[in-house]
Design a protein around this ligand. Structure first.
Ligand code: NAD
Ligand code: USQ
Length: 399
């Protein structure tokens, strides 16, 4: 089962797993497509409805992709019954609200993100336990659970600590202290505790993949036919930084560097995302093993250096804009990522040809871009209520 299989990572992963010979069943409630409508900002690439995507994949490969529309966070009975019916070997869990700026837009967006993400994760685990299905859960976490740096090499999930215990020091391995930078990232730190509990109490096998910022658009499978094309988020809420820079360069919009650009972040190409998920699934944890945590990233870059690289390649201007976020204006970042490399990941590095591929897609669909949607308007610290206007009154169901 692939929860969130209609999304930016979920769709290419579903196709990749299907191409690799796995039976894939997608669950999605189209919350991401609804957010497009709410924000008035569509994917830069024209994405087909999921039924069309599945039908094209069947025509091309003969492989069926199952699908059920379920809100994993709120339709527990439907989820549990489907788990019981399919009895999957593995569940890949992408089904969360994943944009940090969206999660900080207003109280309604904060509450929606917490409710959606924490309930989706908990419902999945409760359903596996209630049905007695011994599936391996591969969850997409985030590098943002760690904060970004602190002067040490970020380990894969666990930190060895020595505690002064009076007579003798005691050594322990604990979950790396969480340090989220947005309400969205905070939900992923909550997910970690939920996984630790269900792993300890019920023996649920979990791999939590702490992924960096994904860039790129197409994978070999999504590139097979235009009707399989992956989504490309460029707007100020969902667009992530490198894809935004490449898209901005392609349409002649100055590269929007927040603050000084001294922020350093971890990155991974979408083609490696799908391979990492496959590697994690094909090497599940043993029964009784604690939650496995892998850092799913392949390289680290400082934003200003990325902007300069894109500018050198394309001639784009760089514009330093006020940072709408509350984040360190400069940080170093060292990350341990040995586990996926040891399983056989041969990482794709940032290179001109791949960046040009993204630029080419951006150029091809530039007419679909709404320039007004490019600036990041969601601010981490809200103005006093009177000055916010109607930002709180977005019509999110239940919020
Ligand atoms: P996305 O928004 O494109 O996809 C998420 C999918 O989940 C969407 O299709 C959405 O409709 C679905 N969904 C959300 N809530 C749901 C619910 N309650 N029930 C059923 N379906 C639901 O996001 P993405 O970029 O594909 O990210 C997928 C996962 O990977 C997320 O959990 C995200 O936190 C994580 N991740 C993404 C990135 C990145 O750069 N895109 C980086 C690190 C981690
Ligand atoms: N930034 C700019 N200019 C822009 C957009 C962003 O300078 O136009 C800066 C931001 O201020 C931030 C950095 O770029 O310092 C990264 O922002 P982002 O939007 O690319 O990434 P982020 O908000 O961290 O979230 C994305 C995904 C999220 C995932 C996370 C992985 O949306 O789902 O969890 O990357 S990580 O960053 O490693 O935590």
């Amino acid at each position: 089962m692939v929860l969130g299989g209609d999304g930016f990572c979920g769709w290419p992963t579903s196709l990749h797993l299907s191409a690799a010979g796995h039976d894939v069943f997608i669950v999605d409630n189209f919350a991401r497509r609804d957010a497009d409508a709410e924000l008035g900002a569509e994917s830069l690439t024209p994405i087909e409805p999921l039924d069309v995507r599945r039908e094209v994949w069947r025509e091309l490969t003969g492989n069926e992709l199952g699908f059920r529309r379920i809100d994993v966070a709120h339709e527990y009975d439907e989820l549990r019954d489907l788990v019981d019916e399919l009895r999957p070997d593995a569940v890949v869990h992408f089904a969360e609200q994943r944009a940090a700026p969206y999660s900080m837009k207003s109280a309604a967006h904060k509450r929606y993100t917490v409710d959606n993400n924490t309930n989706a994760t908990h419902n999945l685990l409760a359903a596996l336990v209630e049905t007695g299905v011994d599936a391996h859960v591969a969850h997409l976490g985030t590098m943002g659970v760690y904060g970004y740096g602190g002067g040490l090499r970020i380990p894969e999930g666990y930190l060895r600590v020595r505690v002064d215990n009076g007579d003798a020091d005691v050594e322990r391995e604990i979950l790396f202290p969480p340090d989220p930078g947005s309400v969205y990232h905070m939900t992923k730190t909550i997910d970690q505790l939920v996984f630790a509990f269900y792993n300890k109490n019920d023996g649920v096998r979990v791999t939590d993949l702490h992924q960096g910022i994904v860039w790129g658009t197409q994978t070999p499978e999504t590139a097979l036919d235009d009707r399989l094309i992956n989504r490309f988020d460029y707007d100020g809420d969902y667009g992530t930084v490198l894809n935004r820079f490449l898209m901005q360069a392609a349409i002649g919009y100055p590269l929007t560097v927040h603050g000084t650009g001294g922020q350093t972040r971890a990155f991974i190409h979408i083609r490696d995302t799908v391979r990492c998920v496959q590697l994690a699934l094909e090497h599940p944890p043993q029964h009784g093993e604690r939650v496995r945590i892998f850092n799913q990233m392949t390289e680290v870059h400082r934003l200003i250096e990325l902007a300069e690289l894109v500018s050198r390649l394309t001639g784009a201007q760089i514009e330093f804009v006020d940072n709408p976020r509350k984040e360190a204006f400069e940080n170093d970042l060292l990350v341990e990522n040995r586990s996926l490399l040891d399983l056989g990941l041969n990482p794709i590095r940032l290179e001109d040809s791949l960046m040009q591929e993204v630029s080419a897609i951006a150029l091809r669909f530039r007419d679909r871009c709404d320039l007004d949607k490019i600036p990041c308007r969601s601010r981490w610290v809200q103005e006093p209520r009177e000055a916010v206007g109607t930002a709180d009154s977005f019509d999110l169901p239940g919020f």
